[in-house]
Ligand binder design. Sequence first.
Ligand code: SAM
Length: 324
Amino acid sequence: MLLAHTAVMTEPLFVQLHHQDGAALRDELARGLLGNPASVPPKFLYDALGSRLFDAITELPEYYPTRTERTIFDAHAVEMAAIAGRGRTLVDLGAGNCEKAARLFGVLEPLRYVAVDISVEYLRHALSSLQRRHPGIEMVGVGADFSSTLTLPPEAGGGERLLFYPGSSIGNFTPGEALRFLRQARAASGAGGALLIGVDLVKPTAVLELAYDDPLKVTAAFNLNLLRRLNALLGCDARIDDFEHVALFNECGSRIEMHLQARRALTLRWPGGERALAAGERIHTENSYKYTVDGFERLLRDAGFAHTPHWTDAHQWFAVFLAF
Ligand SMILES: C[S@@+](CC[C@H](N)C(=O)[O-])C[C@H]1O[C@@H](n2cnc3c(N)ncnc32)[C@H](O)[C@@H]1O
């Protein structure tokens, strides 16, 4: 049941949906490393340090998505709220530091805020401090991995929800996976609910590649942090010095790809497995698909959303869709 709007909340409720099954994680990592090409799923980029490094990336002048998306919300959030409806449960998917949603509290006036993220330790910290700033909003943190299934616990409340998926995180899925995720998001938003989603658009290659390979090397550190995770989770013997960060725009696939490229021939070893890499061979660590407005609109329609108003910035670099 929804708590009275006047209730003063001091601590958010926290629900852990996915439990770190060590054997399953090791199996997933080993399968990726043994693949051709070798890969690591991008969700492993986010531990507490990875989340902090991502926050630092969003401060970089080269990383246009965060500030461009912010200009769209600054200009149009009131209009979005008028369509989406106020006073709902706001469900933030991949909430990170929760700040994007918090900036919208004034216009969306959520009764309840549900923040979902795989980076559990970081989410707990961010949500606790947000709850203290907004004691009138019931807050629920959900530790979950939604890469294969988007499930919300009963504590997220029922009824009409506004799902919030900013930052073009949808771009980390292949278009096929994105379609499946959007269908699940539509179901999770409930009858009368909606999805507010940020989408990065196709733009000149130089702008894209600089955003994912900044001169300060913050994105490189974010990517290389995966090696620390491989060592911690899989018991791997990767050395950070042996790899370099590579980011390139794959025009045919319409996606930025991030890789870790071996500086020399080497063999990664872990209990029960090994993977030899030639000098220059890469481990594929992230895709970030770039869409056209029409292409993403089609994807939303295919996922079952009948209405898809959207807003963009002056350069048409980024779009925010409200789908319902
Ligand atoms: C690109 S960041 C976006 C953070 C924030 N929403 C923003 O727009 O600035 C992606 C966020 O999604 C979370 N995330 C990534 N993969 C996830 C997964 N499979 N399940 C749940 N959360 C995930 C990360 O921990 C991170 O906080």
